[in-house]
Ligand binder design. Structure first.
Ligand code: SF4
Length: 328
């Protein structure tokens, strides 16, 4: 039986080498750098990741320094990337690498898969990019491309893993193959537009030029819940702003904010800022408090030393009163 992927291999790899975007993680096969890029890119756009990626290695040049850093510093370095669970996983994984692998990033697929925060697709990216293994990536972009190539929009994950494995086995260049498939999905074969006329594999794709548009998922999205939070601003002319660390679990876990009180119902006045999370719409109302804080916390003069949620940063930008009390 002809392997559907044998023929497109060459044009796809050629296209990738000519048209690839110049991204810093494409200039390295160092596992630490590849791993961090893969985790950052999981739920964050390339343009947001770029500056943070460079800064990350200035703060944590190697796995040892990452593993021994306080979690607070790791969360601070993650600021702006969102989904902070990933930062916690990276920190825990670095500690596991020190404890179980003598500080050297493991090379075995199963060992990589056992690290916190790493699934099969991310492990596939790391092992192919760093160790040249025939391990496919199956992120959202690659899934879409494979479904279109095979004209199987309802293909299960099991089928897609099979397609992906068959394809990479035929490629003879697993690292470049995975990169090319991800790039194709990110640039030409996008969810809402497929640029088949410039696609290097259009001759081999069963869905080429068929006006594909991603159908809305049948899965019911969880409703977004409105939450009303009062942000208590205790400021002091010399000491700054009173901040406390959020609990380990829940919204903005482990990050620093002024004391927050959840309001039982929507106030009659407008919020100072609305911040949207995946399943929550946070309506933030500030209240300036003249009395001494009674909650746990600390006075902070330099906000830049603490990991604050993006929603709080945006709120502060709107609160000119804080300009006099703290430096951002
Ligand atoms: S030919 Fe069109 S549908 Fe097929 S992979 Fe290329 S861009 Fe996607």
């Amino acid at each position: 039986m002809t392997n559907l992927f044998s023929a497109p291999c060459k044009p796809l790899l050629q296209w990738y080498q000519t048209d690839l975007r110049d991204l810093p993680w494409r200039h390295t096969s160092e596992p630490y750098r590849i791993w961090v890029s893969e985790i950052m890119l999981q739920q964050t756009q390339v343009k947001t990741v770029l500056p943070r990626y460079q800064q990350w290695f200035q703060t944590f040049p190697n796995i040892q320094q990452l593993a021994t850093a306080p979690l607070d510093n790791v969360l601070k370095a993650w600021e702006g990337l969102g989904y902070y669970r990933r930062a916690r996983f990276i920190h825990a994984a670095a500690q596991q690498i020190i404890d179980k692998h003598n500080g050297i990033f493991p090379e075995q697929f199963e060992d990589i898969l056992n690290l916190p925060g790493i699934g099969k697709s991310t492990a596939g990216a790391i092992t192919s990019f760093c160790f040249d293994m025939n391990t496919p990536v199956l992120d959202g972009n690659v899934k879409r491309v494979l479904k279109r190539w095979h004209k199987q929009p309802e293909a299960s994950d099991k089928q897609l893993w099979h397609f992906a494995q068959t394809a990479i086995d035929a490629s003879q260049n697993p690292a470049m193959w995975n990169q090319a498939m991800m790039e194709l999905g990110a640039t030409l074969c996008q969810a809402r537009s497929a640029k088949c006329e410039t696609c290097p594999v259009s001759k081999h794709c069963k869905s080429a030029f068929s006006n594909i548009e991603e159908q809305p998922s049948n899965k019911k999205k969880a409703p977004v819940k409105d939450v009303f939070w009062q942000i208590n601003l205790h400021t002091h002319p010399n000491k700054g702003l009173w901040l406390q660390q959020r609990p380990e679990k829940g919204i903005w876990a482990g990050l620093w904010t002024p004391p927050i009180i959840e309001l039982p119902q929507k106030p009659e006045y407008s919020p100072c800022h609305i911040h949207l999370l995946t399943h929550r719409r946070l309506h933030l109302y500030t209240k300036e408090i003249a009395t001494k804080p009674t909650t746990e916390g600390i006075w902070v003069k330099q906000l830049s030393e603490f990991a604050l949620p993006t929603g709080i940063h945006h709120l502060f930008e709107k609160q000119s009163i804080l300009d006099t009390a703290i430096s951002k």
